[in-house]
Design a protein around this ligand. Structure first.
Ligand code: AMP
Length: 355
């Protein structure tokens, strides 16, 4: 038996019958519903206002039913209905972000994965403690502008989509920077970005073993970030600034990537360290997570961020990726979640994957 994350009371509704896979209609919901349906689950879409018409265009992904709320925050008033539906909530970036990490963490409805992770991810300081103490290589952090000895990226706390991030190519350039709130000064890592989609199964007893379970690599993407990804066409950041445009990293889409095979050991090592430390710190992260880092020309992977739930980049791989096809043909992250739920149900181990 592994670590139990959920109390009996929390999981009581699931003793009455099969769970319903539920999530907020946004982000990666099509994939989540599609994967759940592939494994025979009923699906429930939580929609803010009238459900978007585009769900009708995707019959294999459209949820079986909708729960409509006037505002995202109203979801907290629907706990009884969700429990009556035997809902298992699947967290995704927008769901946690829009509802608020605290409100999401307190919902008395079973959630896929360990909700204790929210506290460790939503605070950049705690996240750094977790990753650094796991021995994961990260960009250097400068305590003061005087220490800066190379290009830096200044990040504001809670900045969405990197909006307002400030880039400086050296200490001199940083002199013009006038902070407008709490921020960190971080080494700007030159290299290629990779967003690595992992799944950690505490139930699995085969494959790449980590803790009591195993770590799976299901895909990889790179995010298209406007307007910074187009910057090279203008030559340099100064050009953009001269034109009165601030560089932003607002994500507009995703492209699939694969990594040189010889770099996979490094990537698995990072994933395994993150999981092992999460087990020590808060009972372990369960299910999908994404390691976001930059591979330098010295072939060293530096991690600038992790997402502790399904990321939208997995939407590329609804019918499988170059990696997930080697785990099971046509395996999406959404379907992987449903498979884990199914196995936990069959083995009476729901408390190990739900919280
Ligand atoms: P974040 O909010 O930390 O996910 O960062 C948003 C974007 O900023 C990332 O997707 C990267 O493109 C870029 N970025 C963040 N940290 C760094 C870094 N240390 N070096 C270079 N680029 C970074």
């Amino acid at each position: 038996m592994g670590i139990e994350l959920a109390s009996r009371a929390r999981l009581a509704p699931l003793e009455e019958g099969a769970p319903t896979v539920a999530t907020l209609c946004s982000h990666s919901s099509l994939q989540i519903f599609h994967g759940a349906r592939q494994e025979g689950y009923r699906t429930l879409g939580i929609s803010v206002g009238t459900p978007a018409r585009f769900y009708d265009a995707f019959p294999l992904a459209r949820p079986d039913s909708f729960l409509t709320v006037p505002k995202v925050r109203d979801i907290v008033h629907e706990v009884d209905r969700l429990r009556a539906e035997r809902a298992v909530l699947i967290p995704h970036g927008s769901f946690v972000e829009y509802l608020g990490p605290e409100a999401f963490g307190q919902m008395d409805v079973p959630v896929f994965g360990n909700r204790a992770v929210i506290e460790w991810e939503s605070d950049r300081e705690k996240e750094r403690v977790w990753l650094e103490s796991a021995g994961v290589p990260m960009p250097r952090r400068y305590a003061t502008p005087e220490e800066v000895d190379g290009p830096v990226i200044v990040k504001y706390y809670g900045a969405k989509g990197g909006q307002g991030f400030y880039l400086a190519k050296n200490r001199e350039a940083l002199r013009d920077f006038r902070p407008t709130g709490p921020h960190v000064i971080q080494e700007y890592v030159l290299g290629t970005r990779y967003y690595v989609h992992f799944f950690y199964s505490p139930l699995s007893d085969r494959g790449y073993r980590v803790g009591h379970g195993s770590l799976e690599l299901l895909g990889m993407d790179r995010r298209d970030e406007a307007n910074i990804d187009e910057l090279y066409k203008l030559g340099a950041q100064e050009e953009l600034l001269r034109a009165g445009i601030r560089p932003t990293f607002v994500v507009t889409g995703n492209v699939p990537v694969v990594l040189r095979e010889s770099l996979l050991p490094q990537i698995f090592d990072v994933g395994a360290r993150i999981i092992e430390r999460s087990i020590e710190l808060f009972g372990g992260m369960v299910g999908p997570f994404c390691v976001e880092g930059i591979m330098t020309e010295e072939l060293k992977f530096k991690v600038f961020e992790i997402s502790t739930r399904i990321v939208a980049g997995t939407n590329l791989f609804i019918s499988g990726s170059s990696y997930s096809d080697l785990v099971a043909p046509g395996l999406s992250m959404g379907r992987r979640i449903a498979l884990e739920l199914k196995r936990a149900q069959a083995e009476g181990r729901l408390a190990e994957v739900l919280s």
